[in-house]
Design a protein around this ligand. Structure first.
Ligand code: B12
Ligand code: SF4
Length: 445
């Protein structure tokens, strides 16, 4: 069967380009399950103009496309183009938005939606298409039946990730040089765990995998790391060190396998604080960057978003990472009720903790989550395109102009008003251009 996999074009050309692109690991993971099929992966962030010629020359039986919420309209455009140019092609959508809000894909151009983890569902779907057996026998799907999505029974999460083959990275061979974050280029991605058992109100990760946390077999991760050419590795987990015993074993396995790469993890402050030895061990094995969700600097606000964490723990975790000379990418949440004082205090905190790569994300409630409904009365700037954490679609307590100015100033003060520019993950002039872009986007003159 000929399958065309598609990573959609950037939803916000300039901003997303400035942030950096990573490999479409989800699509590569699906392809890993289908070694006997003829698969082409089109990363439209680089190669969008190849879509039409590919439809003609490759003539795929199936097109599989991924996407997050802010990409909905762009994904829909690509799908309608495909159906216009190649109406016989079977189209399948998956990924975060399809999982949380499948009915948004109740569209003539979509033949099926895959909910949740795709490896087994997509494999069974291709088998059903090949054998011409009813798609309703495949769990975890929503199938377009005369314009209405019909849901098949729920697919259980994959209990043993070790049984999932390696992602097929040969499909992204021509793009790999472009995958990067800041100075880490080229950068490969893999994963060691899936899911998160916490339930932060602003986040949807816990909903994507039924709150189940699983680890990937040690041997599989080691084999995967050996197979990746790049020296920089993004562990695309929700919580890389959630299972401390597993993480320690993985670290030991990486060391004894003689793998010398540099790693970037996602993780929580409490795990860092309670397991300093583990972080030290990983530092020796190549851990160089930690993406940590600080979110807020007061216990009150942390509690309000159900972070199950405290200011004190955040402070301590940041100190530990600093002492170990691990780059910190600290994520802060900016909420619509922020007052000038809140902005000021976050800036002061960044100075005080000497944080060099903070990221300021606007609170964004995703469709399909409980918070989405709660936030609806506050929406002043509707549409999914702006649900990307780089925009604030909600009514703000401060006047809007002042609110966005204060937001842009968070970045200005954190990146441009300091003396440590060379230590940041981004070049200072690159960062200045991102800030300019943000200013243009949020404060059009
Ligand atoms: C790593 C990561 C990133 C990386 C790289 C992502 C990439 N590969 O390009 C970076 C940091 C660049 C990033 C950027 C962004 N991200 Co992100 N990211 C993640 C994270 C933590 C893990 C994703 C991952 O690689 N998983 C491992 C792979 C193997 O799994 P997967 O991609 O989910 O794919 C599986 C299934 O989803 C499914 N599937 C996926 N696509 C398809 C398609 C088909 C046809 C089928 C059948 C199945 C299928 O099958 C795959 C295998 O099981 C997730 C959290 C999460 N738990 O999903 C957030 C997450 C996906 N990101 C999110 C967001 C919002 C963004 C940004 C908009 C943030 C920003 N402002 O920059 C951008 C958008 C970039 C983009 N175009 O995707 C949200 C999406 C929420 C939503 N509803 O939209 C998530 C859920 C985090 C969150 N809770 O806020 N992200
Ligand atoms: S913010 Fe982090 S800890 Fe909270 S639910 Fe999301 S992934 Fe889990």
């Amino acid at each position: 069967m000929k399958i065309l996999m598609i990573q959609p074009p950037r939803w916000n050309e300039k901003l997303s380009l400035a942030i950096g692109d990573q490999e479409p690991l989800g699509l590569e993971a699906l392809a890993g399950m289908l070694p006997t099929h003829d698969i082409t992966l089109l990363d439209m962030r680089f190669d969008g103009e190849r879509l039409d010629p590919l439809l003609e020359s490759f003539s795929p039986d199936v097109v599989a496309i991924t996407g997050v919420t802010c990409e909905l309209s762009i994904v829909s455009d690509v799908l309608s183009r495909i159906k216009r140019l190649a109406p016989e092609t079977f189209t399948v959508v998956g990924g975060a938005h399809a999982t949380l809000q499948p009915l948004d894909f109740q569209q003539a151009d979509v033949d099926a939606v895959v909910l949740g983890e795709g490896e087994i569902t997509f494999k069974e779907l291709t088998e059903a298409l090949e054998r011409n057996t009813p798609l309703t026998s495949v769990k975890g799907l929503a199938v377009n039946r005369e314009g209405t999505l019909k849901f098949t029974p729920k697919r259980a999460i994959i209990p043993d990730l070790g049984r999932v083959p390696l992602p097929d990275r040969s499909l992204t061979r021509d793009y790999r040089q472009f995958y990067a974050r800041g100075k880490w280029q080229p950068m490969g991605s893999t994963f060691s765990t899936r899911g998160c058992p916490f339930r932060c109100s602003f986040c949807c990760n816990w909903m994507l995998a039924d709150r189940a946390f699983r680890v990937r077999g040690l041997d599989t991760v080691i084999e995967d790391l050996h197979s990746i050419d790049e020296d920089y590795i993004f562990m695309s987990d929700d919580n890389s060190i959630h299972d401390v015993a597993y993480s320690a074993e993985l670290c030991a396995a990486v060391q004894s396998a003689g793998i010398h790469k540099e790693y970037q993890f996602y993780g929580r402050a409490d795990k860092i604080v309670n397991n300093t030895g583990l972080i030290e061990q990983w530092r020796k094995a190549g851990l160089r960057r930690f993406l940590i969700g600080v979110e807020h600097i007061t216990d009150q606000r942390l509690k309000k978003v159900n972070k199950a964490n405290t200011r004190k723990t955040n402070d301590r975790a940041l100190q530990i990472l600093k002492q170990l000379d691990i780059e910190i990418i600290a994520y802060f949440l900016v909420e619509p009720d922020f007052a000038p004082d809140d902005f000021e205090r976050v800036s002061d905190y960044i100075d005080q903790m000497d944080l060099r790569d903070p990221v300021f994300s606007f609170l964004c409630a995703y469709p399909g989550t409980p918070m989405f409904e709660e936030m609806q009365p506050l929406v002043v700037d509707p549409g999914y395109d702006k649900l990307d954490m780089l925009h604030c679609p909600y009514k703000t307590t401060m006047p809007r102009q002042a609110f966005f100015e204060a937001y842009v100033n968070l970045y200005r003060r954190a990146y441009l008003g300091r003396s440590h520019a060379q230590a940041m993950t981004y070049e200072v002039d690159h960062m200045a251009s991102i800030i300019d872009l943000l200013e243009h986007e949020l404060l059009p003159s």
